[in-house]
Design a protein around this ligand. Structure first.
Ligand code: DQA
Length: 148
């Protein structure tokens, strides 16, 4: 199947951005790890990072017709603000897992609100770069169900 990974604003700075909160792994390392794991499981994967809300909205809209089966999305700061990104996901009815490196519930109160969690298949948060890997494992499990 075709998987899409979307990273929101400032995640291009991973590795140097508040490493005590977000770790030292770069976005390129995260994407390479996901690509290797998805491909060895027989799936296609594409990653996109953008600081611009409209770029993310347009990529989600394109998923309506490009055969994307499932998405992993870290909306970053847009988690707590973007009705438009949420509406795009609802419009396309794209199943997705919401991913966060940090645990937003253990931080400032404004991070406790997510415009995505209630329409997500699930949420993985708080495990640093491993959050993405755990979310991918869950996605692969859904795409290729096994008895184990
Ligand atoms: C984040 C958490 C958000 O609150 C924050 O705005 C981010 C990153 C995370 O992955 O922990 O940019 O989504």
């Amino acid at each position: 199947a075709k998987l899409l990974v979307l990273h929101g604003p400032n995640l291009n700075l991973l590795g140097t951005r508040e490493p005590e909160v977000y770790g030292r792994t770069t976005l390129a390392q995260i994407d390479a790890d996901l690509a290797q794991r998805a491909q060895s499981a027989g799936h296609a994967i594409e990653s996109l990072q953008s600081n611009a809300e409209h770029v993310l909205v347009e990529r989600i809209q394109a998923a309506r017709t490009d055969g994307t089966a499932f998405a992993l999305i870290n909306p970053a700061g847009f988690t707590h603000t973007s009705v438009a990104l949420r509406d795009a996901l609802a419009a396309v009815a794209l199943p997705f897992i919401e991913v966060h490196l940090s645990n937003p519930h253990a931080r400032e109160p404004f991070r406790r609100t997510s415009y995505f969690s209630d329409i997500a298949v699930g949420v993985v948060a708080g495990f640093g770069a491993a959050s993405y890997r755990l979310a991918l494992d869950a996605a692969l499990q859904r795409l290729t169900p096994t008895d184990t």
